[in-house]
Design a protein around this ligand. Structure first.
Ligand code: KIV
Length: 275
């Protein structure tokens, strides 16, 4: 990338995303690596270095085992690969819930070491004060309400949220409190359309839905899901490609060529210069 080109591209920031409330929907995807970030950058407003990286890339059963060092390493890669989209890095389980001070120390490390524009926290009522603490000290925060994957061990699985009246009211209250605490945007995950619309109307900041209907101000998906890299696709995902099938076919063709000595051919071989 030339120095001149770098100068002309301005990265989107938390205020840019916040200003999109009720405007053209905000386009977001997850990214964990530099080459993928480079591919997604032009079409996306926001790239989330989600702690889903633990399941998608590292083969963990859930996101509980993801560490701050993993998030920083992937955050750095995504920053290197992108130049226009806002980059948000997830705070992993155990890095922000203990106290606002601990959350600040860890979030500041993420901001300094990755250069990302914000962090995301899964915003149960226990961390509303922490969000306020971080934002007042200069760290933009994205909230995350509804299905909170880091609560999987308490919930006993990944299930849509807000079906009963008590839970619906609690999630709505958490969304309002998170926005009032200063979050610039809210991921709303795994809730029915009615609740997604209610949250979107109740808060002043953009809601970014995942499995939360078209009633949000933007959408996010796990990139590997929408590219068809997994066998199983959740109901709320639309598969825009079948990369799993394409990769299997390509690898099969390569294996057949190697076994039949068709690869490498003359065009893929170095020859000593004559004379
Ligand atoms: O970790 C992640 O990828 C996320 C998205 C599912 C929003 O939090």
């Amino acid at each position: 990338m030339s120095a001149q080109r770098q100068e002309t591209v301005r990265r989107l920031t938390a205020p840019d995303i916040a200003a999109r409330k009720g405007q053209t929907p905000v386009v977001c995807l997850t990214a964990y690596t530099a080459p993928m970030a480079e591919l997604l950058d032009e079409a996306c407003d926001l790239l989330l270095v989600g702690d889903s990286v633990g399941m998608v890339v590292h083969g963990l059963p859930n996101t509980v085992g993801v560490t701050l060092d993993m998030m920083i390493l992937h955050g750095q890669a995504v920053m290197r690969g992108s130049r226009r989209a806002m980059v948000v890095v997830d705070m992993p389980f155990g890095s922000y819930e203990g106290s606002p001070e601990e959350a600040y120390a860890n979030a500041a490390r993420v901001m300094k070491e990755t250069g990302a524009q914000a962090v995301k926290v899964e915003a149960g009522s226990a961390v509303v004060d922490t969000i306020d603490f971080l934002v007042r000290r200069g760290i933009p925060v994205m909230g995350h309400v509804g299905l909170r994957p880091q609560a999987v061990l308490v919930d006993g699985g990944f299930r849509a949220k807000g079906k009963g009246e008590d839970e619906r009211a609690r999630i709505l209250a958490e969304a309002k409190a998170t926005a009032e605490a200063g979050a610039f945007s809210l991921v709303v995950e795994g809730v029915a359309e009615g609740l997604a619309r209610e949250i979107t109307e109740a808060v002043q900041v953009p809601t970014i839905g995942i499995g939360a209907s078209a009633g949000c101000d933007g959408q996010i998906l796990v990139t590997d899901d929408m590219l068809g890299l997994f066998d199983w696709t959740p109901k709320f995902v639309r598969r825009y490609a079948d990369l799993r099938g394409e990769i299997s076919q390509a690898v099969q063709a390569y294996a057949e060529d190697v076994r039949a000595r068709r690869f490498p051919g003359p065009g893929e071989t170095y020859f000593a210069k004559a004379g």
